[in-house]
Design a protein around this ligand. Structure first.
Ligand code: UD2
Length: 312
């Protein structure tokens, strides 16, 4: 099969590209290298076709999508706070960019587009666990942009027969997630702190919880979503289906590293959601998704990876 991965130099996209290569696919990556990096593709760049470009460039997308069977659309500006500060820019990348990808895939007669959506679509509704049947009421430009992308994907399926699948990612973590940005995921920041021998900062009392899901599980979900027969036009939560508090996270990390890892506590981040975790039964049933890497095992692998980077 021929596969296009948008955002394939990024954290999740690079792992999807690598997994597709492993199963023998021909892979094209388009990435503008804003938040993606060449180093994320270092181990496989010789085996793929890399196009440095932007999903706002419809013409270029048309060229990239030509002859492709599946498009994994991972390119996005993924930060909630950044979307609040720069809503026009994130609108252009996340909504217009997604529209461009769908249109290019349709015109190139690709079979399926798998869209990276987000748990941010759920907004503040306190119902737990989050399930796909509940109303999506996003409270940030980012959440609305991801929801709009998902709706566009459904419309392209209903009107044009393009098979589209939307995966609502929860808190994904793992190797290649950039710890250096102020918008980085909490685990990538905490791993950095731990290995630097510094204290992590917990915003709030640390009892807020998230559904942390190791990237390998998310790759599995994407590969399954590329072919599952009943998935076209559908949305799926992709998490682990378990909740972990930040206090538990810090305790687990200290234990794995074999030394105390105490946090300092600061005021809660404005707009922070207290609790989020996924009901993944729909993905289990319709995609045959079965996350196999626990939070602890994922942390163990991430720590080993981060240590090896420092040693290099
Ligand atoms: C995640 C996603 C976001 C969106 C959202 C949907 C990531 C990186 N972000 O945001 O894209 O989908 O879910 O709800 O996956 N924290 C600390 N100390 C730190 C950094 C963070 O205590 O140094 C806290 C933070 O206040 C929050 C929790 O850790 O309570 C998780 O923060 P995050 O930025 O990793 O992810 P989240 O859930 O805000």
């Amino acid at each position: 099969m021929k596969i296009l991965v948008t955002g394939g130099a990024g954290f999740i996209g690079s792992h999807i590209a690598e997994a597709c290569l492993r199963r023998g696919d021909e892979v094209i990556i388009i990435d503008n290298l804003t938040s993606g990096h060449r180093r994320n593709m270092a181990s496989f760049i010789r085996d793929i076709q890399f196009v440095e470009g932007d999903v706002r460039d419809r013409k270029l997308l048309g060229i990239c999508a030509s002859g492709c069977d599946i498009v994994y659309h991972q390119a996005a500006i993924v930060s909630v706070p950044y979307s609040i500060e720069h809503p026009r820019e994130t609108h252009d990348v996340n909504i217009v960019g997604t529209f461009n990808v769908l249109e290019a895939a349709r015109d190139a007669k690709a079979r399926r587009v798998v869209f990276a959506c987000s748990a941010a679509v759920y907004g503040e509704d306190p119902e737990l666990p989050k399930h796909e049947g509940m109303s999506a009421l996003p409270i940030s430009p980012y959440g609305l942009e991801k929801l709009t992308g998902e709706h566009y994907a459904k419309i392209f399926h209903a009107l044009y027969g393009l098979e589209t699948v939307s995966l609502r990612y929860f808190n994904v973590f793992g190797p290649r997630q950039d710890p250096k940005s102020p918008y980085s995921g909490v685990i990538s920041i905490f791993v950095d702190r731990l290995l630097d021998g510094e204290m992590p900062t917990i915003f709030g009392d640390g009892e807020q919880c998230r559904d942390f899901v190791f990237v390998e599980n998310v790759v599995q979900a994407n590969l399954l979503a590329g072919s599952a027969p009943k998935a076209a036009g559908r949305s799926y939560n992709i998490g682990l289906g378990e909740r972990t508090t930040l206090n538990q996270l810090v305790e687990m990390m200290g234990r794995l590293e074999g030394r105390p890892f105490a946090a300092r506590y600061e005021a809660a981040r404005p707009g922070d959601i207290r609790a989020s975790f996924a009901d993944i039964s729909r993905a289990r049933k319709e995609l045959d998704y079965g996350p196999s890497v626990s939070v602890e095992e994922g942390l163990r692998r991430l720590l080993a990876y981060a240590r090896s980077l420092r040693g290099a």
